[in-house]
Design a protein around this ligand. Structure first.
Ligand SMILES: C[S@@+](CC[C@H](N)C(=O)[O-])C[C@H]1O[C@@H](n2cnc3c(N)ncnc32)[C@H](O)[C@@H]1O
Length: 333
């Protein structure tokens, strides 16, 4: 698929997702989030309607956010991680969500205003060129978005992350990557593309783009979650085996039979078109954390070492010169 088709399809399916979100079961979206490590407390703490079942990991579990930090969420959807991050950074911190879909952002803004959350803002933009100043953030997070960016443009996302971070700033990302090359038929499936699988890259490509953008110490690891949670239909998810919550307690959701036949957006596409595909065979959700090198500190260290070396060489030179001078004087006597 060419870039224009990808942007059109991703835009239209996520618009349908944002519009369908109000009618979808919150049990199912909670099950998806819990499968990726969000706690019941996390889910209860955010405005209803901000988790619409689109995450593929939990970048905040990696980010170690602190009070007063500024966070940018690339591809924030309806604000799920934005609101969780906003609680962690507190009133003196702020969180900026970026998304190219106006309907998603309208939901996110509505969620913020109805819950009176004031330390968040939203920017309507593609994540390959964002109208935000350099060094604006302490932390950049992203959850299940970079796989949706056309392959030829993905490297730009990592460059934007690097540009947006302050020296020493951190990146914490969850995303889907491939385990093995996908056949052409899978790569061209719209449902698989908008469902975050067909546009996924390999781990090696990802690590290369991160390094090329200037990040060091990159460790991309398989988070080992079950991707088939997306394609299990609500009835199965509700009536099937119970799942364990973060404390190991078994959860048995109680929404059996609440299937709707409205256009369910991406989730509906996946349950309809991909229920016979074992997503775990082809792809996995990966997580990684890295940091922008603090060049100011590095430059200071280099300057200090250079000065120390100069002092040492000058002292050595003076000592050798005075020894030589004394030797010559003694010899002439
Ligand atoms: C799978 S959803 C994830 C949403 C959110 N991170 C979450 O976990 O709920 C992907 C989101 O990324 C947005 N998106 C996809 N491609 C994008 C791009 N190139 N630039 C900005 N946003 C993009 C979509 O509009 C959608 O809201």
């Amino acid at each position: 698929m060419d870039s224009t088709t990808i942007y059109d399809q991703v835009h239209s399916r996520y618009t349908a997702t944002a519009q369908a979100a109000a009618s979808s079961s919150s049990h199912h979206v909670d099950i998806v989030a819990q499968a990726f490590g969000y706690s019941t407390e996390d889910l209860a703490s955010i405005p209803s309607g901000s988790n619409i079942g689109l995450s593929c990991g939990n970048p905040l579990a990696l980010a170690s956010l602190k009070e007063s930090e500024t966070v940018i969420d690339l591809g924030c959807g309806a604000g799920f991680d934005v609101f969780l991050a906003a609680r962690k950074v507190g009133g003196k911190g702020k969180v900026v969500g970026v998304d190219m879909n106006a309907d998603m952002l309208a939901k996110a803004r509505l969620n913020a205003s109805k819950s009176q959350i004031n330390n968040v803002s939203f920017v309507h933009s593609r994540i390959t060129a964002i109208n935000l100043p350099d060094a604006a953030a302490d932390v950049v997070i992203s959850n299940c978005v970079i796989n949706l960016v056309p392959h030829a443009e993905k490297h730009l996302v990592f460059k934007e992350m690097h540009r947006l971070l302050k020296p020493g700033g951190r990146v914490a990302v969850s995303d889907i990557l491939t385990k093995k090359p996908l056949p052409e038929a899978m790569k061209n499936s719209v449902a698989l593309y908008v469902g975050c699988i067909a546009g996924a890259s390999s781990k090696q490509e990802y690590e290369g783009w991160l390094r090329e953008a200037g990040f060091g110490n990159v460790l991309v690891v398989d988070a080992e979650s079950d991707l088939n949670v997306y394609t299990r239909d609500e009835e199965q998810a509700c009536c099937g085996p119970s799942i364990a919550d973060e404390e190991g307690k078994q959860i048995q959701p109680s929404c059996c039979g609440q299937q709707t036949d409205v256009d369910g957006g991406v989730a509906g596409d996946m349950r309809r078109d991909l229920k016979d595909v074992d997503l775990n065979e082809w792809a996995a959700d990966y997580k990684y954390k890295t940091a922008k090198q603090d060049h100011e500190n590095l430059e200071f260290l280099v300057r200090l070492l250079t000065s120390a070396l100069l002092v040492f060489l000058s002292t050595l030179f003076l000592t050798v010169f005075s020894m030589f001078f004394r030797y010559e004087r003694n010899r002439s006597h």
